[in-house]
Write a protein that binds this ligand. Structure first.
Ligand code: 26Q
Length: 814
């Protein structure tokens, strides 16, 4: 990138608008101006992109391929401008043209190629990899439709397709030259070649072309540009078919359909498996394309395939890309003619696996029949991996037959993807200290015993460039004014804020910024919800995917409780509170959808009850996503992190709140544990069962919520209000929630997520929150301390640990 040249910039924007829309800029729509600016910004980095890759090749650097079904990147323009450090110049230019940068940024649709935490983590990692100067590719799928757009109609969630590409994507470049063919189905024929070796040929298959689109990921102020490579599917050119007899024609049509469906849509499930064949097709499609290309690229510059692992590492983002293991084996065996042992040595030194969940319903398994039919050659290889692994188990544990049952890759008619990923990887990591401990002690105990050296923890992190520098410009520039801008690339420097905690003026300024951010969010809410909220009230926020284990139900039950209190005792001491929710429910997840409806029904009643004088307001933010998240985190006072202990592997929203000076109200779950360690227990509101207690109950079939319910009249009242018509004329509307608390369903224990068990403790913690907020000065101290102590939670720190312990990369010199 050259020095920023205002005239040149304007000229470029005008040129684009002229060429693309045949208009002078004065007549252009905001969307057209956005497009012009976006293309111009892309142009500003294109040389750096080329230079970066040239440098990687010249310096022959090892590269990490981060394989992920999801990359929840959000908007690119603002982020690029930030990382170019061109924010104030471009803002100025646009002002001269009569535009406001925020308004132009608002024209960009979010790239929502992910569900939630796992997808956003991948996006934060790419930002950090570039900022730290490490060679990396993100490899994924170019879904035509990303995470659905959520509308709330009459209190219900309605899903609208997310047509994010409808105006084109100014940041992507189609790389047809790297297209490759992916084969599905058919059968495997074995032949003996002229040297007497067995060869395996897939025949009568269907195939599609995989075409990569590259998006630039630029580092902060360092000219490093990595690549997010997402694959699209196109039909094979049918003119190349030798004959057009009936069979061939039929096949051509089928292949066209296959190509059309593969990349059509992201599965909107979070922490839950939909065992759909199309999902497995998606997995193999992007994995095979990515691995083929990575191996080919390596061989363009190196002689010896045996040393692949010296230059390439594949990081598997959960089990979703686990077919990487047999696919790499296939390439080595069938294309490079290696023997099994040498192929296995290379593969298991090249792959590494990250686990993101311990919940059994999220553990990926595929019926063998389906797997074998779709991926016949891959299945053969999995069978052989399994056979050899079982031999190994037998030799290490000759008298423990149970081990095979627990550890086999193929068992009970299913392919167990986590087992395959563990066996085929040299590293297995969890995403927070507690999570990794539970993996080693419980869920993956047998594997840990057998391969202790593989296991390690990498506590998640987030990028401060997006979630503070871009999302909270007021606080960012205040911090820079106090401690300099080193924190932008080294978040541990936030500790330099500690001395300012004792300075009254600084505390005042810090809280004034929080107030302004609350005013900004209030304006957003006014515009979107038509509701006026009081920026002096406590902003108590829970934004994340909707899932029973995340316990949005506990939150709203508490609100219902408070409302009851206020109704029966209007004069009670009560500090005004705004409860803010944002959450998408997976389309087929009935209870999750009922919880959304409940939140909106309670909101309807409480927000419109004049007798409580606006002391409680409940806001459901429609279509929670990366772009509005940035505004929400900046405005929060209280961060609700209230999952059932042991269920949330890490959480990353918790870190974004902390960064922005919100206080955590939470359980000792996931990374909350480490937030407590950093911020100090006196600056966090803790409640609820501990993970070992939860696990203990679970091992004994749960507990009896009905006893609790019968003995606590406040609890009984709110639970009954789910079915007595208080919040809906149709009394059956929330019966499914009532039952989940008291009855369970189909063998599932009642109150599986310990909502009633933790209810009282949650109420008490909430009371503490109110008391603490009343003491303005000490609240300000605690808020500042949270920001000052969030250094650990930068994804830069996480990436440095992956590099040190797993990837062993070197930084590029530009
Ligand atoms: C699997 C099969 C079929 C369809 C969908 C899926 C699927 C999709 C997404 C399964 C799981 C996910 C997402 C999981 C996820 O987001 N996990 C979260 O990962 C975060 C990053 O590590 C953690 O912070 C969260 O605690 C964890 O819940």
């Amino acid at each position: 990138m050259q020095e920023f040249d205002k005239k040149e910039f304007i000229k470029n924007v005008e040129e684009y608008i002229g060429v693309f829309f045949r208009r002078p800029i004065e007549d252009a729509t905001k969307q057209q101006v956005y497009q012009g600016v976006a293309y111009t910004v892309k142009n500003m980095i294109i040389d750096d992109w080329l230079e970066t890759h040239k440098a990687y090749e010249e310096q022959d650097l090892k590269t990490v391929y981060y394989l992920s079904m999801e990359f929840l990147v959000g908007r690119a323009l603002g982020n690029m401008i930030t990382n170019l450090k061109a924010d104030s110049s471009i803002r100025e230019v646009l002002e001269e043209l009569g535009y406001d940068l925020e308004n132009i940024e608002d024209e960009e649709p979010d790239a929502a190629l992910g569900n939630g935490g796992l997808g956003r983590l991948a996006a934060c990692f790419l930002d950090s990899l570039s900022t730290l100067g490490y060679p990396a590719y993100g490899c994924g799928i170019r879904y035509k439709y990303g995470m659905f757009e959520q509308r709330i109609e009459n209190g219900y969630q309605v899903e609208v397709p997310d047509n994010w590409l409808k105006n084109g994507n100014p940041f992507e470049i189609k790389r047809s030259e790297y297209a490759t063919t992916i084969k599905f189905g058919g059968y495997v024929r074995m032949i003996r070649d002229e040297f007497g070796n067995d060869r395996f040929i897939q025949e009568d298959y269907q195939s599609v072309r995989a075409i990569p689109y590259d998006m630039p990921i630029l580092g902060y102020g360092n000219h490093v540009v990595n690549t997010l490579r997402i694959w699209d599917a196109e039909a094979i050119d049918t003119f190349n078919l030798d004959s057009f007899d009936k069979g061939e024609y039929q096949k051509a049509v089928e292949q066209q359909n296959l190509a059309r469906t593969i990349c059509e849509v992201l599965y909107p499930n979070d922490n839950h498996i939909a065992g759909k064949e199309l999902r497995l097709k998606q997995q193999y499609f992007f994995v095979s394309a990515s691995i083929q290309r990575a191996v080919a690229k390596y061989m363009e510059a190196h002689e010896d395939i045996h040393k692949l692992y010296e230059k390439v590492v594949f990081q598997l983002n959960d089990t979703h890309p686990t077919v990487t293991v047999p696919e790499l084996m296939r390439i080595l065996l069938d294309d490079y003619y290696l023997g099994w042992e040498e192929a296995w040595e290379i593969t298991s030194k090249t792959c590494a696996y990250t686990n993101h969940t311990i919940m059994s319903e999220a553990l990926e398994k595929w019926p063998i029949d389906l797997f074998k039919k779709l991926l016949p050659r891959i299945y053969q290889i999995v069978e052989e991996i399994n056979r050899r692994f079982i031999m190994q188990i037998l030799s290490e544990y000759p008298s423990e037959a149970k081990k095979i049952e627990k550890m086999a890759i193929l068992y009970d008619g299913q392919v167990r993807m986590a087992n395959l990923a563990i066996v085929g990887s040299f590293s297995v990591n969890g995403v927070a200290k507690l999570h990794t401990e539970i993996l080693m002690k419980q869920e993956l105990k047998d594997f840990y015993e057998m391969f202790p050296w593989k296991f390690n923890n990498k506590t998640n992190g987030i990028t401060q460039r997006r979630f503070l520098l871009h999302g909270n410009p007021l606080l960012a520039s205040w911090i820079t004014g106090k401690i300099g801008d080193g924190w932008i690339t080294d978040l541990s420097q936030m500790e330099k804020l500690l001395p300012y905690i004792e300075d009254e003026q600084s505390r005042k300024e810090f809280m004034e910024i929080k107030y302004k951010n609350k005013v900004r969010l209030a304006a957003y809410i006014k515009e979107k919800n038509g509701i006026i909220v009081n920026p002096d009230s406590i902003f108590d926020v829970q934004v994340k995917r909707l899932h029973e284990y995340k316990r949005q139900l506990l939150n709203i039950l508490h609100v219902m409780y408070l409302y009851n209190q206020l109704k029966s005792n209007p004069e009670m001491e009560f500090y005004p509170r705004t409860f803010i929710f944002g959450a998408k429910a997976s389309a087929g997840y009935e209870r999750a959808k009922a919880i959304i409806k409940l939140i909106n029904s309670v909101a309807e009643v409480v927000n419109n009850d004049e007798t409580i004088q606006d002391k409680i307001k409940i806001i459901f933010i429609e279509n929670y996503r990366v772009s509005n998240a940035e505004i929400i985190f900046a405005a929060a006072d209280v961060s609700e992190q209230i999952s059932t202990a042991s269920k949330e592997a890490s959480g990353t929203g918790n870190m974004k709140f902390m960064l922005n000076g919100a206080l955590t109200l939470g359980t000792l779950d996931g990374a909350n544990v480490e937030i407590v360690e950093e911020a100090g227990a006196e600056n966090v509101f803790l409640f609820g069962l501990h993970s070992d207690e939860v696990i203990e109950y679970e091992q004994h079939g749960g507990y009896s919520p009905r006893e609790l319910y019968n003995s606590d009249k406040d609890m009984k009242r709110v639970v009954d209000q789910l079915v007595d018509g208080t919040y809906s004329t149709d009394k059956s509307l929330f019966a499914t929630l009532y039952d989940s608390l008291l009855a369970g369903r189909g063998g599932e224990p009642a109150d599986r997520y310990f909502i009633l068990k933790d209810f009282k403790s949650y109420l008490e913690a909430q009371k503490e929150v109110e008391k603490a907020y009343l003491k303005k000065e000490s609240w300000a101290r605690a808020a500042m301390r949270n920001t000052a102590k969030c250094g650990k939670f930068s994804s830069d720190r996480t990436i440095e640990e992956y590099v040190r312990d797993i990837w062993h990369l070197n930084k590029v010199h530009l």
